[in-house]
Design a protein around this ligand. Structure first.
Ligand code: GLN
Length: 488
């Protein structure tokens, strides 16, 4: 019984909540029991059982009174980068080990308004810096497909929890791939909408011109629904767009005959993992067989994208991290004087990766180097956006692998930051151009004795989340998005 409930999609679970087959308290209890039984995955930094049960009881009451929201009674996990009122929010950093916000992020506020229940705060790379969740100050998260492997990152707690039935969906943030890449590593659906679609208010800032919230789910319709409940204009975020939120989840059917799919030749290069390429090409061929038209396109600036991203990102990160000084909140290590207190608090509070980004960021922004690095990177960013815009004159969507390889072993790349940065080659371009992107599971591949998921990335035009969701849904309908097997 419990297994049956937990393996439902969010949409199915909401159906059962609506017809009274199950209550939110029952659904929440089953989820909490699963979290407890699967603690070793380390998906959650802070489970919030008591809070969840109180929310579930309130939800059941609302439903009885006929006041059900879009997500009424649905247990969801929240990446520990979203501020939650009265609940510990660490950003997986020691420097925020005791930070309890007294306000709620707009995205999570909207989820609670829609009736959702919070199961807890999910693990991530410290300040969302990373691709493996090995940079968390609270221990790494295991990939449920093979526990010796990373779940992707930075939203590795979110992808693992959704794949492992420890919630029905989860929030994530994506600055350079942190939703799409972990979704691909754990065989779930991950969507990053257009920059400006979701409010960034109350989300711990990383690289503000790239940061965007999004959703993890086990099906495309679930992802659409969760996005719908949380997107939209917010006067508290000046970069949030004042556009209506379409009813994405109600408009997923689409005939893909005649759909034009762009394949950028710069993303399919010699030396790439042939298993990943074959898995993605198999999906592309399937679309072709269903009547879609495949168009080879070129995005020549792609080769500079990763280098440019790793200038823009640390530049913004170093500025955003300047606020952690041990004075008003977070870790404070007393020194002999004010400067010494700053130095001690920051030295002890930040892990290796934030320190690396602070140093690189300050370097590329410093006078004398600014023109050589930062302003060049910004030019590349403009070129990338223009090339995508030109490509979208010819095609409806662009398909690429989400990540260059399937999930690697824990520790395998931990001492080599550059090899970790290379993991982001296919995803950072989308953030640099501010476009929407979704990762859906393609055929899994074999690696050293394990069967591992591969992600198909579908990139769309600005503000056109609808089309990428429709194409992803078509893929799911073709049997492309396999339902995950139950892991006992
Ligand atoms: N891996 C990328 C980085 O470390 C992206 C992280 C993210 O999207 N939050 O910058």
């Amino acid at each position: 019984m419990t297994q049956d409930i937990l393996t439902l999609s969010a949409t199915e679970a909401l159906g059962k909540l609506a017809n009274g087959e199950v209550s939110s308290v029952e659904l929440t209890r089953a989820t909490l029991a699963r979290m407890e039984a699967r603690k070793h995955i380390n998906a959650y930094i802070t489970p919030t059982a008591e809070h969840a049960l109180a929310q579930a009881e309130a939800s059941d009451k609302r439903r009885k009174e006929g006041r059900a929201g879009l997500l009424e009674g649905l247990p969801l996990g929240i990446k520990d980068l979203f501020c939650t009122n009265g609940i510990l929010t660490t950003a997986a950093s020691k420097i925020l080990h005791n930070f309890v916000p007294h306000y709620e992020s707009t995205v999570t506020e909207r989820l609670w308004q829609a009736g959702a229940v919070m199961t807890g705060k999910l693990n991530l790379d410290e300040f969302a810096m990373g691709t493996s969740t090995e940079n968390s100050a609270y221990g790494n998260t295991l990939n449920p497909w093979d526990e010796s492997r990373i779940p992707g990152g930075s939203s590795g707690g979110s992808s693992a929890a959704v794949a492992d039935y420890q919630c029905f969906g989860a929030t994530g943030t994506d600055t350079g791939g942190s939703i799409r890449q972990p979704a691909s590593m754990c065989g779930v659906v991950g969507i990053k909408p257009t920059y400006g679609r979701m409010s960034r208010w109350g989300i711990v800032a990383f690289a503000s011109s790239l940061d965007q919230a999004g959703m993890f789910a086990r099906t495309v319709e679930d992802a659409a629904l969760l996005l719908e409940a949380s997107a939209g204009h917010d006067p508290k975020d000046s970069t949030s767009a004042d556009l209506p939120v379409p009813a994405w989840s109600k408009n997923l059917q689409r005939d893909i005959k005649g759909l034009k799919i762009g394949l950028p030749k710069e993303y399919f290069i010699d030396g790439m993992d042939t298993r990943v390429r074959d898995s993605v090409m198999q999906a592309v061929k399937r679309f072709e067989a269903e009547g879609a038209e495949i168009v080879e396109i070129s995005l020549p600036t792609t080769k500079y994208a990763l280098a440019a991203y790793y200038i823009v990102n640390p530049a913004e990160a170093s500025s955003n991290l300047a606020r952690y000084d041990g004075m008003r909140y977070g870790l404070r290590v007393e020194g002999d004087n004010l400067l010494d207190t700053y130095i001690k608090s920051r030295s002890e509070g930040f892990g290796e990766e934030p320190k690396r980004r602070i140093m690189v960021g300050n370097y590329v922004l410093s006078s004398g180097y600014y023109d050589a690095y930062y302003s060049k990177a910004m030019k590349i960013r403009t070129l990338l956006a223009r090339e995508f815009a030109a490509a979208f004159e010819k095609v409806d969507v662009i398909m690429t692998p989400t990540a260059p390889n399937p999930a690697f072993k824990i520790g395998e790349k931990a001492d080599d930051p550059i090899s970790l940065y290379l993991e982001d080659a296919y995803t950072v371009t989308v953030n640099m151009a501010g476009l929407p992107g979704i990762s859906v599971p393609a055929a899994p591949v074999e690696d050293r004795g394990s069967l591992l998921p591969v992600g198909l990335q579908i990139i769309g035009k600005k503000w056109d989340e609808q089309t990428i969701l429709q194409v992803a849904f078509a893929w799911q309908t073709m049997g492309g998005v396999e339902r995950l097997g139950w892991r006992g």
